[in-house]
Design a protein around this ligand. Sequence first.
Ligand SMILES: Cc1cc2nc3c(=O)[nH]c(=O)nc-3n(C[C@H](O)[C@H](O)[C@H](O)COP(=O)(O)O)c2cc1C
Length: 169
Amino acid sequence: MKCAVIYDSQTGNTRRAAEWIAEGMREAGAECGVFRIDAVDEAFVREAKGVVIGSPSYAALMTADMRAWLLSSGGKLGMGGKLGGAFATEQYTHGGGELVIQSILTNELVWGMLCYSGGAACGRPVIHIGPIGVNGNVEPHNDLENYRDYFTVYGRRFAAKAAELFGER
Ligand SMILES: Cc1cc2nc3c(=O)[nH]c(=O)nc-3n(C[C@H](O)[C@H](O)[C@H](O)COP(=O)(O)O)c2cc1C
């Protein structure tokens, strides 16, 4: 079963988070493709049963490039009926990551995706609406690496749910 992770990233943090999600998906048995929004393998995404989309927080919203991609190319990939998820990176602990995730999930719902976060039902680590990583740019106690497990665990849970729903591994 194919799963895709699609992201925007200027300085590499969200790309790293996307790779960690993919690592978890592969551990759960999925064939996973990871694509920046300017290099999406459209055939792969069309075949994917699950798609997770991520963006850095820019003024507590997704990037303008991600919003533009969602409104143009993303909407032409047959997303309706697929499992959907979202993630974010930020440089402040309270930097708006959950708003970024929420707005991506809203877009996925508009497309008719089945949105899944794992949620509290999966136990610890509890991930409410999607994983967020805080980098070490301005908060010395933070480092994106500290959040790695959240992304890999989320990827595992997401791919396992996709396999359960779509009857494939
Ligand atoms: C224009 C701009 C606006 C940003 N706004 C926020 C913000 O509101 N909150 C926050 O925590 N980080 C903000 N950041 C920091 C990025 O979200 C953060 O460094 C992120 O991890 C960058 O992802 P990337 O390395 O994948 O590009 C902003 C960065 C830029 C360039």
